[in-house]
Design a protein around this ligand. Structure first.
Ligand SMILES: C[S@@+](CC[C@H](N)C(=O)[O-])C[C@H]1O[C@@H](n2cnc3c(N)ncnc32)[C@H](O)[C@@H]1O
Length: 256
């Protein structure tokens, strides 16, 4: 039996980041699969419910919550992620089999954009091409934390004719990339920026787009300690933090 699933990007924090395309898609959904995960779950759950209430006409839809297992950190990073995706795949398969009827549309509301550092598409691919399910998957792009960060700081992501690299804190900890151009760092729980030296500008943002948003910009060596303190204090206060930053050389030569 064919099942229809939408993967809808809801933007990275502000309910107004939700696009018209996402709103139209949400209005065709019967079942929203809502993940429970980690310390940030209450805040992120609230935002997902708020978005549905705000943008869906009527109440002809339902929520199915599911727990997301913790990823093991015992082995090599990629192997741990693969194993975790395998576990989540089984959870998705059960959700689809038990909670989505043939004539209905199911949806996953993905934080930011579903194509950036998010496993939902790859897990649905495994299900679609694994042969067990006949799935039709639709993807609706969302405003990622990268775009939101740049907009809040009113800066362009790239400098004239240069590249933009998006990487994780784990990768930055292995060394600053030599390719040139700006870099955006995500998923940096350990604060890899602290180890950098040189004449680097940073545009940092936590909880970007939400009412708790914090922004700091300046020379890395001048604002590094401030960012470090803010990260620690906010994490204590909220129990979780999501932050992203852009690093660039000191030559700021305008737009495009
Ligand atoms: C698993 S990734 C998901 C990225 C998401 N798909 C996107 O498009 O932004 C989570 C990381 O995104 C970044 N992030 C997501 N939302 C954020 C926000 N509102 N403010 C700052 N960083 C955010 C953080 O680096 C966080 O560790």
């Amino acid at each position: 039996m064919k099942r229809s699933v939408k993967v809808i990007g809801i933007g990275a924090g502000n309910p107004e980041y939700v696009t018209v395309q996402a709103i139209n898609a949400m209005n065709r959904v019967s079942v929203f699969f809502i993940p429970n995960k980690g310390a940030e779950k209450a805040a992120l759950l609230r935002l997902r419910y708020e978005i549905c209430e705000r943008y869906i006409e009527g109440s002809n839809y339902r929520f199915v919550d599911f727990d997301v297992p913790e990823r093991s950190k015992a082995g090599a990073y990629k192997a741990d992620v693969e194993a975790w995706r395998g576990e989540v795949q089984k959870i998705y398969e059960n959700l689809l089999a038990e909670h989505l009827n043939e004539d209905e549309v199911g949806a996953f509301l993905v934080w930011g954009d579903p194509t950036l550092y998010d496993g939902t598409l790859s897990i649905l691919d495994r299900i679609e091409f694994g042969g067990g399910f006949d799935l039709e998957v639709d993807v609706i792009p969302g405003i990622s934390s990268v775009q939101a960060l740049a907009a809040c700081h009113r800066v362009a992501l790239n400098r004239i004719g240069e590249s933009l690299t998006i990487m994780t804190g784990r990768q930055l900890a292995k060394g600053y990339p030599d390719g040139g151009g700006n870099i955006v760092v995500m998923l940096d729980s350990l604060g890899a920026f602290r180890e950098l030296d040189g004449d680097v500008d940073i545009h940092w943002g936590a909880y970007v787009g939400t009412e708790d948003e914090i922004l700091v910009a300046g020379k890395l060596r001048e604002v590094c300690d401030q960012i470090d303190r803010l990260r620690a204090v906010s994490k204590d206060e909220h129990g979780w933090i999501m932050d992203t930053y852009m690093l660039s050389g000191n030559c700021r030569d305008g737009d495009t």
